[in-house]
Design a protein around this ligand. Structure first.
Ligand code: ARG
Length: 594
């Protein structure tokens, strides 16, 4: 179904064309203030300027044209040539009824869906996730949900960091610690034990120690390098051991993602791109793109390959290091090969990387190289960076001891605090403990996710759990409360035998609610085009606010007559459906009651 702004733009576009002016001038936006009507169009001024005509004359002619349309109650010319448009009650009613029976509550489907990969979270073997992974995970998850909801074919990929020098460090260090393990015996002919010789706790202990040692101890570094090379060359014992590292890490990571309500369609790792590297290097070489640079092999990408949208040139970036002077493939090599893999395996038409803003230059380099090599065009590759979650001091969030907070500890902390708030508010004292724990978890996750997603992703924000968990203001718990309140109204209506019915007799708050519901598609498009979930967060908040104003002005169950009760119930149901959909796109789930 089309939304009002679209319909009006269409009608106005024709009116502009009748006046010999471009139809695009019919662009319409929601009015800023209620006294300006529901929508406004500023096209008359731009059209008049270009054609050397009087803007008020044009606006008056347009208003006359529009006043014949049954959808429009009134259309006024204001100031130098603004058009203020008020939609008729008949149109609002018809629209609300259509929304109420639409399972997508007004959301349209893309005409030309694409094949999209969303690369997000980016966890690593042997490292538990910390707060820094939170934004990459929840922003990426929301983008994936949004793109899929709009109709694209989407694969969310964790792009597991399971390759490279880190793996060599683990192997070499374990070989020092437990040389008797069969994985280190080059003569061993298998089979290797099915049970992992290390737990996640072991990996988390070994890795930082090994990384620190390799910084100062040349011999240790050389052992790790050698192990990396042998692993990559396919030494059976190392491969078998590495598979244990991967499996142990992955199952722990998946538990954490599950707590966040985040899943992936693909758990491809950096290692999956590895087999493509030799052939890719040969290809880059054959295309004349590889150059020697102090013993390393690089692709220069600082040329004016990427004109920016504003007409300028993209920034200068460092060359892509494909093969280091020691002969190994690098982080960027893997990313380039991964692009090739994604194009071949999934025919990817768009790849969105949801990774910390600090990796912007890395991606710019890789994307330019991919474009130069003809793997995927620069426009089909997008790094959507984000700012950091900061502590009260404005610096990236740290624990009280000054360390990095583990994601697991953060989730526990948020859940406990949510439970305390709920207890304090006396929510469901006689409900089953299991349900109360589930509510606390949902409230906590809603608080955490909404606090993050409501900011434009590029902005950093301060972690303030008390504010995030407040039931008032622009918070996750407030939105859950709004959804739960409607659920409870619907349950009570059901018990009282009141059912939804045709919409009748609009009050001002009802008009406003319908117009807010109508804004869903606009919000979806904005969030999609800008790859910015905060636009959806804004919509959810506006919808909850419009419902609250409606409910204050228009009681539902206690309304005087049956027709009014039924009409308002229809609006409440449509609101709940759209609110639940919007929250779902943010990865937020509301409980049944709270
Ligand atoms: N594992 C990487 C890190 O911890 C993030 C991966 C991001 N994605 C990518 N395609 N490079 O920094």
């Amino acid at each position: 179904m089309t939304h009002f702004a679209q319909q009006l733009a269409h009608t106005l576009g024709r009116a502009f064309a009748d006046l010999g002016l471009p139809a695009e001038l019919g662009l319409v936006t929601r009015a800023q203030k209620p006294e300006f009507g529901h929508f406004q169009c500023n096209g008359a001024m731009a059209g008049a300027k270009a054609a050397g005509r009087n803007p008020r004359d044009i606006a008056t002619a347009l208003a006359e044209h529009l006043s014949k349309d049954p959808m429009i109650a009134r259309c006024d010319v204001a100031g130098p040539g603004f058009l203020n448009i008020t939609v008729s009650d008949a149109a609002l009613v018809a629209h609300a009824e259509a929304l109420a029976v639409d399972p997508r509550v007004g959301a349209q489907i893309l005409e030309t869906p694409r094949r999209v990969i969303v690369d997000y979270a980016g966890p690593n073997v042997a490292k538990s996730m910390h707060v820094g992974h939170l934004r990459a995970t929840i922003i990426g998850d929301s983008i994936k949900r949004l793109y899929r909801f709009r109709g694209d074919q989407v694969w969310g990929d964790a792009h597991f960091g399971d390759w490279g020098f880190q793996m060599g460090l683990l192997i070499a260090s374990l070989a020092e610690e437990q040389p008797e393990l069969p994985y280190f015996d080059a003569g061993f002919s298998g089979p290797y034990p099915a049970h992992s010789p290390v737990s996640l706790a072991d990996l988390e202990r070994i890795y930082p120690a090994a990384a620190a040692l390799a910084k100062t101890d040349v011999a240790a570094r050389d052992r790790a390098r050698k192990a990396t090379a042998e692993l990559q060359a396919g030494r059976p014992g190392y491969r078998a051991l590495w598979q244990h590292f991967v499996a142990v890490s992955r199952s722990a990571l998946e538990r954490e993602f599950a707590a966040l309500g985040v899943t992936f369609d693909l758990w491809l790792g950096e290692s999956d791109a590895d087999p493509l590297i030799p052939e890719m290097i040969a290809d880059l070489d054959a295309k004349g793109l590889l150059q020697d640079d102090q013993g390393a092999r690089v692709v220069f990408v600082h040329d004016k390959l990427v004109p920016k949208k504003d007409g300028g040139e993209g920034p200068n970036v460092a060359p892509l290091l494909v093969v280091s002077s020691e002969g190994s493939a690098m982080y960027g090599t893997t990313d380039l090969a991964t692009i090739l893999d994604r194009v071949r395996r999934f025919q990817a038409e768009l790849i969105i990387y949801c990774v910390d803003q600090r990796q912007a230059e890395h991606f710019e380099t890789v994307f330019r190289a991919a474009d130069k090599a003809g793997y995927l065009q620069r426009e089909a590759l997008d790094h959507i960076g984000f700012g950091t979650m900061n502590g009260p001091d404005g610096k990236p969030f740290k624990t009280r001891e000054g360390g990095v907070l583990k994601l697991h500890d953060l989730i526990t902390m948020v859940r406990e605090k949510a439970q305390a708030k709920i207890d304090e508010a006396g929510v469901g004292q006689d409900w089953p403990a299991e349900e109360r724990a589930d509510i606390a978890h949902k409230v906590g996750m809603a608080a955490l996710k909404f606090a993050d997603l409501q900011n434009f992703r590029g902005t950093s924000y301060i972690f303030d759990l008390d504010r995030f968990l407040s039931f008032e203001g622009k918070t996750g718990p407030y939105l859950l409360y709004a959804a739960v309140r409607i659920k409870s109204i619907l349950r009570k209506a059901d018990e009282a035998g009141i059912g939804p019915g045709p919409i009748a007799n609009l009050e001002p708050a009802e008009r406003d609610l319908i117009l807010t519901l109508d804004g869903f598609e606009h919000a979806l498009r904005g969030a999609y085009d800008k790859r910015a979930p905060h636009i959806l967060a804004d919509h959810a908040y506006a919808l909850a606010g419009a419902f609250s104003a409606f409910y204050t002005a228009c009681p539902i169950l206690s309304a005087g007559d049956e027709a009014t009760r039924a009409s308002r119930l229809t609006l409440a149901k449509a609101t709940l459906n759209q609110l639940v959909l919007t929250l779902d796109l943010l990865g937020i789930e509301a409980p049944e009651r709270m």
